[in-house]
Design a protein around this ligand. Structure first.
Ligand SMILES: *Cc1c(COP(=O)(O)O)cnc(C)c1O
Length: 229
């Protein structure tokens, strides 16, 4: 089982490397976030043994359990799931990154609750790039305003933007929302002067399209770990 896991990890790494090359991007610019929601701590330990230390989790209780089990490893934990207000204190205390800030109230709570002994929390705003009523994320038209407010929060460090576009089958269609994300980030950088360096976009099914459009973090679950439990 472990060998198969490592092989899948290696093949995802190779896909990222090839996509960087195809896009004329410097090798190693795209970070792989291994999405370990609903995967076991045993599988995570195997993947960590192959040098994968950044993990993405979507459910707070599940993540806290695995943090305890894997406390001997130098892991970096990213929260990528929907955030309820009553979970912000645990997220602020236990994660290094949050990709899924979708409203100002959540940002304010994370800022207020980030423990003083930890460095500022690295955060991205989640953008509802496909404009789906059912999906969370800041509306494209509100990104500037929310970003400016977050930039004022001393215990948060705004790094950039995250999105989960509506799925589409071919790479040309997949690239459109990713391209808009890049344009929104570039405009935000120009308008605010902030040093935003992160585009968190691309998953198992569309990482090539995301890397082609400038992703700096791809979030991959299924193609590393297999189907979720
Ligand atoms: C589950 C999840 C992923 C990983 O999706 P896969 O298709 O399994 O690679 C990436 N990002 C977010 C926000 C997720 O919830």
């Amino acid at each position: 089982m472990h060998n198969a896991l490592i092989e899948r990890l290696e093949s995802v790494r190779l896909r990222i490397r090839k996509a960087e090359q195809a896009a004329g991007r410097e090798a190693g610019r795209v970070m792989l976030l291994a999405v370990s929601k609903k995967q076991s701590a045993v599988a995570m330990r195997a993947v960590a043994g192959a040098g994968q230390h950044a993990f993405g989790e979507s459910y707070v209780q599940e993540a806290l359990g695995k943090m305890a089990e894997l406390a001997d490893l130098p892991l970096v934990w990213h929260f990528i799931g929907p955030i309820q207000s009553n979970k912000t204190a645990q997220i602020a205390a236990n994660f290094a990154w949050v990709h899924s800030i979708d409203r100002l109230k959540i940002a304010q709570r994370l800022n207020d609750q980030r423990p003083a002994e930890l460095p500022p929390l690295d955060v991205c705003l989640q953008v509802n790039i496909s404009g789906e009523a059912s999906k969370s994320g800041v509306a494209v038209d509100d990104v500037d305003q929310v970003a400016r407010a977050v930039l004022e929060m001393p215990r948060l460090r705004l790094r950039g933007l995250m999105a989960i576009p509506a799925p589409s089958a071919n790479e040309a269609d997949q690239r459109q929302p990713f391209r808009r994300m890049r344009e929104i980030l570039e405009k935000l950088r120009d308008d605010t002067g902030a040093s935003l360096d992160t585009l968190s976009m691309g998953m198992s099914g569309d990482l090539e399209a995301a890397v082609a459009e400038g992703a700096t973090i791809v979030r991959v679950g299924t193609d590393i770990f297999g189907a979720r439990l």
